[in-house]
Design a protein around this ligand. Structure first.
Ligand code: SF4
Length: 569
């Protein structure tokens, strides 16, 4: 029988409890929202003992479904003050589910803030032990130490120094398949800070001796898996070289932020094109890999420097935009080092790149000065006031300088995908409980005849279901594929309508949390400058009215597009 694992950092105890049967089709983001609504006061201090951090693999994680081992991290966000879910690849999701745990709930806070703890979970049980040697370790050193002690087969989860310091740009890091580096991060929303301040530095999840989770109806499950695998192999495989190859298209569509979003096209975009990364594999080494067992997409690049040594993985489109063009840094290797430093410190690259762009715009360092950006980042865990503001994100950095033009929605820095150039995505940023988060419902092209609010709502629904299933968005599952696997998994018919309801209800649960936290309709909007300052290259601003935005909270009938829509992020 599946269980929940509860880690109480106040009493320093770990217990397990049966997983509620009524939640059989709840996982990942949806499960996290259920637990947070049930157990957390929405008005609590996100960095206090009352907040809880939920680590939940998806419903299908641990099974043979392809690319389905994502791990959701949920909690009240120190960045937005609302509910947040950020999910990551890496090894932990598959392993935790194979051990029979549907989620780890971390609650309370260590009474001695100077102490650090390590949670180990394996087939024999679980333990919470004091781990002073891990204190303030950067993530690669932390992973190396854990690998030496626990073996390379286990998965490791950790916060970096940024999380321990409670910086609201902090991520939760996960080791990946292959080199077992902490290169995958549940990055958005500062959940690393919510976890780090509790005193839980790291987790070891070792599934040695377990097997893949078996569905009730293996024949149907297997047939669906085979069909998805075949379709992927025969399809265009648009992510086979990673999201970094999106750069030229994004630049063409005026959604490649430049100079703190003063412009949305970068004259040196070609330098940051993922095609350069792929070309460099020939002379520098590195290559594409999958970050977790069972992934058939392998979108993750391993980036080496000119000396042939590993720098980072994965260098994604969003990082190239926020740490690169947004700061007018055109040197690919510098951006790769910024990505590595974010991973080392345990920071979101989107939030950090946005904050550095803000600091450049305010004159603290020059646009394009990669060395100065790296030097500033090096000070984030050393008590430097500006560097700490950068570690707290875009809004904190703007406040540091008294700047009113802030590229953030609901407290969270805007990702690369630009709300002025993409009308339906603007509506997603304004209405999602997540704040500015492209993974909540990115819409690049609004289907002909469909209004932007409906396109946003449909994208938000599909992505909420995907984030609850364990599927990686780069597998691009459709509702119909998820519901077929769900049905075979639990041994009963799951209709399209039931699966769509599951996705919608995740959104409803998240909106309810935020309403109870004190958010109102006035918060469902974009920054003022996005309505008044046109993108120079296309003349566009956000034009959505308050009525259009509020209409997202009323569910639309199921459309033909929803039936064929794929999750994307
Ligand atoms: S598609 Fe990419 S991000 Fe997703 S699981 Fe595979 S390697 Fe990781």
């Amino acid at each position: 029988m599946d269980k929940l694992l509860r880690v109480d950092m106040t009493t320093l105890t770990v217990t397990d409890e049966p997983f509620p049967s009524e939640w059989e089709l709840q996982g990942g983001r949806g499960l996290s929202a259920k637990i947070l609504n049930k157990e957390v006061d929405p008005k609590c201090d996100p960095l206090g003992a009352g907040n809880k951090v939920v680590l939940a693999p998806g419903v299908l994680s641990g099974s043979i479904a392809p690319t389905s081992g994502r791990m959701s991290v949920g909690g009240k966000s120190p960045l937005t003050g609302g509910i947040k879910e950020a999910n990551s690849g890496g090894q932990a999701g598959q392993k935790l589910m194979r051990l029979g745990y549907r989620a780890i709930i971390v609650q309370g806070k260590a009474t001695d803030a100077a102490k650090r703890y390590l949670l180990t979970v394996n087939k024999a049980g679980y333990a919470l032990t004091e781990a002073p040697e891990l204190k303030m370790l950067r993530t690669y050193a932390c992973a190396e130490l854990l690998r030496d002690r626990h073996g390379a087969k286990a998965a490791f989860v950790m916060v970096g120094p940024a999380g321990e310091l409670g910086l609201s740009g902090a991520s939760v890091g996960f080791t990946d398949e292959g080199k077992k580096n902490p290169a995958r991060h549940a990055a958005r929303g500062g959940l690393g800070a919510a976890l780090g301040v509790k005193g839980l530095k790291a987790m070891v999840i070792d599934d040695d001796g377990t097997k893949a989770r078996l569905p009730e109806n293996m024949d149907t499950f297997k047939a669906q898996v085979q069909q998805m695998t075949k379709e992927h192999k025969e399809g265009p495989q648009i992510f086979k070289h990673g999201t970094s190859t999106t750069v030229p298209i994004a630049n063409m569509l005026s959604t490649f932020p430049t100079r703190n979003r003063r412009m949305m096209q970068f004259e040196h975009a070609a330098n940051l094109d993922g095609a350069v990364i792929v070309k460099n594999f020939e002379t520098r080494g590195g290559g594409m890999h999958h970050c977790m067992t069972g992934c058939i997409v392998s979108c993750s690049n391993v980036v080496h420097g000119a000396d042939g040594n590993y720098i980072t993985s994965a260098l994604e489109f969003e990082t190239l935009a926020l740490c690169g063009s947004n700061c007018e840094i055109s040197d690919l290797d510098t951006v790769a080092r910024m990505d590595r430093l974010c991973d080392e410190l345990g920071l979101d690259t989107i939030e950090t790149g946005g904050a550095i762009g803000m600091a450049m715009d305010c004159g603290a360092l020059a646009f394009g000065d990669g060395a100065a950006a790296l030097a500033l980042m090096e000070k984030i865990d050393k008590g430097d006031p500006l560097a700490e503001a950068v570690g707290r994100g875009v809004v904190a950095t703007a406040k540091h300088f008294g700047e009113a033009r802030i590229p953030a929605v609901r407290g969270q820095g805007i990702p690369a995908w630009e709300l002025r150039s993409l009308p339906a995505t603007a509506i997603t940023y304004a209405t999602s409980a997540m704040g500015a988060d492209h993974t909540a419902g990115l819409v690049i092209f609004t289907p002909p005849g469909k209004d932007a609010a409906t396109a946003s709502q449909e994208a938000q629904l599909v992505n909420a279901l995907c984030d609850s299933s364990g599927f990686c968005k780069f597998q691009q599952p459709k509702i119909d594929e998820i519901r077929t696997l769900y049905g075979a998994h639990v041994g009963r018919e799951v209709s399209f309508e039931e699966a769509a309801d599951l996705g919608w209800n995740v959104l409803v649960d998240e909106w309810a949390f935020n309403t109870n936290a004190g958010f109102t309709a006035a918060d469902d909007d974009v920054p003022e400058f996005c309505r008044t300052e046109a993108v120079p290259s296309n003349g566009m601003t956000v034009t959505a009215t308050a009525e259009e935005l509020q209409s997202v909270f009323t569910r639309r009938p199921i459309s033909d597009e929803l039936r064929t829509m794929r999750a994307v992020g």
